[in-house]
Design a protein around this ligand. Sequence first.
Ligand code: S3P
Length: 183
Amino acid sequence: MMICSERGRMMKKIYLIGFMGSGKSAIGRRLSFLLKIPYYDMDQEIVKKMNMSIPEIFARYGEAFFRQQEHEYLKTFRDEWCIISTGGGVAINPSNSKLMRQTGLVLFLDATFADIWKRISRDVNRPIVQSSTREELETLFTTRRRYYKSAAHILIRTEGRSLRQITEYAAFQVNRLKSNDMN
Ligand code: S3P
């Protein structure tokens, strides 16, 4: 399968971006099954590499270090046709967004804050949720949404749609943008 960027370069990866709890991992896994291409969860890859949980990495080394790990992952990840679900902070760094846009197709899962809050409010595995109030998270959501929108090739609204509907729509967009060459 081949996707060509504006500059005619090969685009091999499908990146899922969006706020925490927007469904990136759930959709990534399903999309991988539907399109029969490998799936990687960036957070899980960093956890494996460090042999520590995300809260442990934040507590021991701080957020800036975690952001470096995310950037390294994007820069050095092998050249392979695959789906990658990113952490909610990845697309906020302009050099990450540039890299993603150059090497793949970027899909933004645009969920409402109300839906997101229902999914993440009690999650102890997300340090940013643990250290923020609901109001702070909503402000972060609003700020970040602009970054996600400008980093994305495609925006997918998730409100009122099932995981299956979202996955099928994402697959439709991927297929629409790919050329006929399959490899
Ligand atoms: C973060 C999102 C998390 C994880 C870390 C920081 C963020 O990933 O990378 O807790 O800054 O939004 P998910 O978006 O998969 O929850």
